[in-house]
Structure formats: structure tokens, C-alpha cells
Design a protein around this ligand. Structure first.
Ligand SMILES: Nc1ncnc2c1ncn2[C@@H]1O[C@H](COP(=O)(O)OP(=O)(O)OP(=O)(O)O)[C@@H](O)[C@H]1O
Ligand SMILES: [Mg+2]
Length: 309
């Protein structure tokens, strides 16, 4: 695969402005018609706009055991190229384990993961990252003592362009690349209005800003699929509302797919187009937000329980 940056952020940003009206968040009573989801093979659904293209992700019979525990079993999922998809389920259902499988933190015990038509069976975490999956973590993982910009640069180095020799000898090509990295870091930080924080120490940022920085760092790896593990955890309602808008904006700006794990049902039902519900490691329901909210099995396993608490 080419190490070239896939497209320019500015070009994608301009295209997003044009497309923006198509993907307006559903919250604040500002209801837009729900995405039309269409069935595809593997008993999945994808947004109609993505149906004529290959899915960005397809999991077939994916599973992993930890000793005697079937943490994930027979996990089948297809995600459209520009879909915002949700993975929900009670604590311990196996959601983060799915992310660990997709990013090869764990090798699957069984099943297959296809990323943009490529089987990831022989890939490790670095290869999967280069192939286009980026993630954030349930518990923030930043380089606390480094600057905000350096955290983003670490993501950008995933797609480093200069060769070893030009880097070691610091040839003009390397300098150019350094300047590009600096400019691109600021451009990415600007997505969250964080360019002014570039020289701040990451660990000194408020919690919400650290979460945003983690997303920027993930975006810096130029993903095709962004995995967000409980991005709204610890956020107050107004931060969560802003995050919802930002997730939709990122999807439009970068023209990527997003798979998010979240317990905040307003967020999930507000921006996810397709949702899969996991319980004891198995998918018990897949569908649109409306279908999921009305699924008796889901209500019993998850949503109902949440209402009681
Ligand atoms: N490395 C591991 N070794 C053994 N068991 C594990 C490992 N990782 C996860 N598990 C187990 O797998 C199950 C699923 O855990 P996981 O963290 O994926 O749940 P989750 O759905 O993300 O929950 P939460 O909503 O609390 O984050 C749990 O029973 C957990 O203890
Ligand atoms: Mg988890």
C-alpha cells in the first residue's frame, strides 16, 4: 500500500461543507429523516448511499476465547464506507474486546475481518493502523508529558513519507516533510479549534479536551474507519452534545466510517445509522435506532435495565 497521504484534509473539508446538509444531527428536536438503511448480504444493513460500494468493514463469524470464556462469538457485522455505526451492550458484553480484535491487540480465535476488501488475518496492530483503522481508548491514552502537537505528530508518523536516508541525513525532502507535519498537525487540531493549544502539555488539558485530542491523534493516522470507545464517558451534557456534532462533522469532513461504543443512549440514537447490540459476547440485535429501541430482546438485555437504574 502507498505511504502517500490519502487526499488532502482541505479538499475533504471543502467537499464536506458541500455535503454537510445531508448529515445533520438528529438531536435538539432538529429531526432529519432517518437514514434509509438497505439490506446487504451477511444479514446486515448499510446506509443506502453506501450500498453500491464495498463495505469498509466486514466481520464474519469473528470470535475470541479467554480460557473458558467466549468473550466474543459469531460476531457478524458490515459497515458502510461513510456510516456512523454503534456498538452497544451491557458492561462486560465484549464491546472493547471487539475493538481489540479489529485492531489486532488480540488475534481472533476464529472468524475473519475484512478491511476495505482486505483480509487482516496476517496483520499486526501497526499494519492494521496503516491499512486504515484508527481508534481511541475507553481510558484516555495520550503521551501526557508531550505537547499537544507532538501527540498529533505521533499519529502522522504512521504515514511518514521521507525515506530512512533522507531522514537521517536531514535532506531538504525531510525538512519539507517536517514542515508538512507541522502544518498538518495544526490543520487537524483546527478541526476541534485546538490549534492554539499546540504547545500545551497534553496532560495539562481539561478532560474533555484530552478526549478531543485523542480523536485528533486517531484522525492523524488518516483512517478509513475510526473506532471510538466510549467517547462521551465523563463528559457533561453540553460537551456530549458538542461531541455528537463533531463526530458527524468528522465523518463528513474526512469521508470516513465511524464505529462507536457508547452507553449514552442520546448520543447513540442521535447519530448512529446502524446499531449492533452485544450481550454476553453475541450480537442479539442489529438495526436502525428505531428498530433497536423497539426490540424486546434489547429492551430486556440492556435498555430496560438502564431505565431501571
Ligand atoms: N485479556 C483478557 N483476558 C481475560 N478476559 C478478558 C480479557 N479482556 C476482556 N476480558 C473479558 O471479556 C469480557 C468482555 O470484556 P470487554 O472489556 O470487552 O467488555 P465491554 O463490553 O467493553 O464492557 P464495558 O462496557 O464495561 O467497557 C469480560 O468478561 C472481560 O472480563
Ligand atoms: Mg469496554
Amino acid at each position: 500500500m502507498s505511504n502517500e497521504v490519502r487526499g488532502t484534509y482541505k479538499a475533504q473539508s471543502a467537499a464536506a461543507k458541500h455535503k454537510g446538509a445531508e448529515h445533520v444531527s438528529q438531536r435538539h428536536g432538529n429531526q432529519k429523516p432517518a437514514t434509509r438503511m438497505v439490506p446487504v448480504p451477511s444479514q446486515s444493513i448499510v446506509p443506502e448511499r453506501d450500498a453500491d460500494k464495498d463495505p469498509i468493514l466486514e466481520c464474519r463469524h469473528l470470535g475470541i476465547d479467554f480460557g473458558g470464556l467466549r468473550a466474543v462469538d459469531d460476531f457478524n457485522l458490515m459497515i458502510g464506507r461513510t456510516e456512523i455505526a454503534g456498538l452497544i451492550g451491557p458492561n462486560g458484553a465484549g464491546k472493547t474486546t471487539v475493538f481489540n480484535l479489529l485492531t489486532k491487540v488480540y488475534q481472533p480465535t476464529r472468524g475473519m475481518i475484512m478491511l476495505d476488501g482486505m483480509d487482516t488475518a496476517n496483520m499486526d496492530t501497526a499494519k492494521v493502523s496503516q491499512a486504515g483503522i484508527a481508534r481511541t481508548f475507553q481510558n484516555i491514552r495520550l503521551f501526557d508529558s508531550l505537547t499537544v502537537e507532538d501527540n498529533v505528530r505521533i499519529g502522522l508518523h504512521n504515514q511518514v513519507r521521507c525515506g530512512m536516508w533522507s531522514g537521517m541525513l536531514r535532506l531538504p525532502r525531510h525538512w519539507l516533510s517536517e514542515k508538512e507535519f507541522h502544518d498538518k498537525s495544526l490543520e487537524l487540531l483546527d478541526v476541534f479549534n485546538m490549534a492554539d493549544n499546540a504547545n500545551d502539555i497534553a496532560g495539562s488539558l481539561p478532560y474533555g479536551a484530552q478526549r478531543r485530542l485523542e480523536i485528533v491523534r486517531a484522525l492523524a493516522t488518516n483512517p478509513k474507519l475510526l473506532l471510538l470507545d466510549e467517547p462521551a464517558a465523563g463528559m457533561n451534557p453540553s460537551e456530549t452534545a458538542e461531541l455528537m456534532d463533531n463526530i458527524v462533522r468528522i465523518r463528513d469532513m474526512f469521508n470516513i466510517a465511524v464505529l462507536l461504543i457508547e452507553h449514552d443512549m442520546d448520543l447513540v440514537m442521535g447519530i448512529c445509522e446502524g446499531i449492533a447490540v452485544l450481550n454476553f459476547g453475541r450480537i442479539i440485535a442489529k438495526g436502525t435506532p428505531a428498530q433497536i429501541q423497539n426490540d424486546p430482546q434489547v429492551i430486556e438485555a440492556y435498555l430496560g435495565k438502564q431505565d431501571e437504574s
